[in-house]
Design a protein around this ligand. Structure first.
Ligand code: UD1
Ligand code: CA
Length: 451
């Protein structure tokens, strides 16, 4: 059985924030969220998160995806693990992770479990140019891992060591809880250090091991805003590389901002300065042009999106959106549609083959198939108190500069004359016209000019 304990009770004083550290976002997702996703991807489904500072925020975010243990006062990483006593007595291996290491990937988690097969404890270490504030891995003459010493507790020689503790460990679960009983707080910070377990295990004759990671940046710990920015850069690069490996064409990856859970099919091209957030899904052979912003958007194949904003909405295959259009609140544009320039749709269902090419607002409306919406059309959906729906049926033609005062229904193949303010429904095949009849005053133009 594989379990995990994630340490997330600390305040993160160095972040200088009212938000607890593990809730700070990297690539628009809380650090703790990245860690839980990586664990689940590695099939570690039995996860205990130790919460303290910001416990309510963490629980509200992770909901019942994990189990929780509470650490009332933050007496150190060893003390934090003691709170996960729900795991005590279980067989199998347990991975312990600092909640402030957001970049960890499933492959490294799997490797770590593997490395601990024949050991009681494996610490995941990294070789850095400078050890900085990380705990140092001290090895004996035969290069076996002897102990971990916190930077603050190091001798001069120890401080010079460059192999560091990444804050990730795999333990034989039963021995983990046995060993925890022997941790003391006689150190520079008067804390119960989890890292003391290496020495304790060695003393007990339990086999200890260290696994050096290939890419130290993946296991970086975030302690302040500078670290947060480094993690952000690493994560965005990593996400973009995955997409490129999957066949997505990113013209300028360093200026492309894609969240971790976004899915994109191959042969889609993404231009510079595009932001794609949340659970957005984008089909194949799309073009997402510069300055587009998508959040929780579902986009079909062969769609072109030009400098537009699409939030909580869907655009189906072969449609084009933009330039400068805004689709929001559960809008659904079906196949082969053309939306924009300068068009806003809110909570609107827009049927196959319909077009709305210029300067229009459609809100709370249902448009059928093959409808042409002229330039400057407005659904008047709000009377200052309530919202009302507009329905337009298949094949209708909405002339330019019409107002559709909802609630109103326009029938199949109906026609609205340009410039009409429509307050009553129009039946199938009929025409609605609502404007003053034009009169012509002969010669008045010339007369006015010569005045
Ligand atoms: C820790 C390690 C250090 C390692 C580094 C890697 C210890 C003693 N030191 O140091 O060897 O190089 O991580 O990044 O473990 N936490 C709690 N409760 C507590 C204290 C901390 O839940 O009482 C949580 C924090 O929220 C954080 C994590 O544990 O997510 C690590 O704590 P932090 O104070 O950042 O440890 P470091 O000083 O970075
Ligand atoms: Ca840390």
């Amino acid at each position: 059985m594989k379990s995990a304990i994630v340490l997330a009770a600390g305040k993160g004083t160095r972040m200088k924030s009212t938000l607890c550290k593990v809730m700070h976002p990297v690539a628009n997702k809380p650090m703790i969220g990245h860690i839980v996703s990586a664990l689940k991807a590695a099939d570690v489904n039995h996860i205990v998160v130790v919460v303290g500072h910001g416990a309510e925020d963490v629980k509200e975010y992770l909901k019942d995806e994990v189990q929780y243990a509470t650490q009332m006062s933050q007496l150190g990483t060893g003390h934090a693990v003691m709170q996960a006593s729900a795991l005590e007595g279980l067989d199998g291996d347990t991975i312990v992770l600092n909640g402030d290491g957001p970049c960890i990937q499933k492959e490294t988690i799997l490797k770590a479990f593997d490395a601990n097969k024949d050991h009681a404890l494996t610490v995941i270490s990294a070789n850095l140019a400078h050890g900085g504030s990380y705990g140092r891995i001290v090895r004996d003459e035969s290069s076996h891992v002897k102990k971990i010493v916190e930077a603050k507790d190091c001798t001069k020689e120890e401080y010079a060591l460059t192999e560091i503790n990444t804050g990730l460990y795999v333990f034989k679960n039963k021995q983990l809880f046995e060993g925890l009983k022997e941790i003391k707080n006689d150190n520079a910070q008067k804390e119960y250090y989890l890292t003391d377990l290496v020495e304790i295990f060695n003393r007990k004759g339990w086999s200890t091991n260290a696994m050096i990671v290939d890419e130290p940046d993946e296991t970086m710990g975030v302690n302040d805003r500078c670290d947060l920015a480094k993690a952000e850069t690493w994560m965005r690069n990593h996400i973009n590389e995955q997409h490129m490996k999957n066949g997505v064409h990113l013209i300028d990856p360093s200026n492309t901002y894609i969240d971790a859970d976004v899915e994109i099919e191959s042969d889609t091209t993404i231009y510079p300065n595009v932001v794609i957030q949340g659970n957005s899904k984008i089909g194949a052979h799309c073009e997402i042009l510069s300055n587009s912003f998508l959040r929780n958007a579902v986009i079909g194949d062969d769609v072109i999106i030009d400098s537009s904003k699409i939030v909580e909405s869907q655009v189906d295959a072969h449609s084009t959106v933009g330039p400068m259009s805004h689709l929001r609140n559960q809008t659904h544009v079906h196949e082969n549609c053309r939306i924009g320039n300068f068009v806003e749709f809110k909570n609107t269902d827009f049927g196959n083959g319909s077009k709305c090419a210029h300067l229009t607002y459609l809100g709370d409306s249902t448009f059928g198939k093959n409808i042409n919406v002229g330039c400057g059309v407005v659904t008047v959906n709000y009377d200052g108190k309530n919202k009302f729906r507009t329905t337009v049926k298949d094949g209708a033609f909405i002339g330019s500069n019409c107002n559709l005062v909802a609630p109103v229904t326009i029938g199949e193949n109906a026609l609205l004359a340009a410039g009409s303010t429509i307050t009553n429904s129009v039946d199938d095949g009929d025409m609605g016209i609502a404007r003053a009849r034009q009169s012509v005053i002969q010669g008045y133009g010339t007369k006015y000019k010569n005045k």
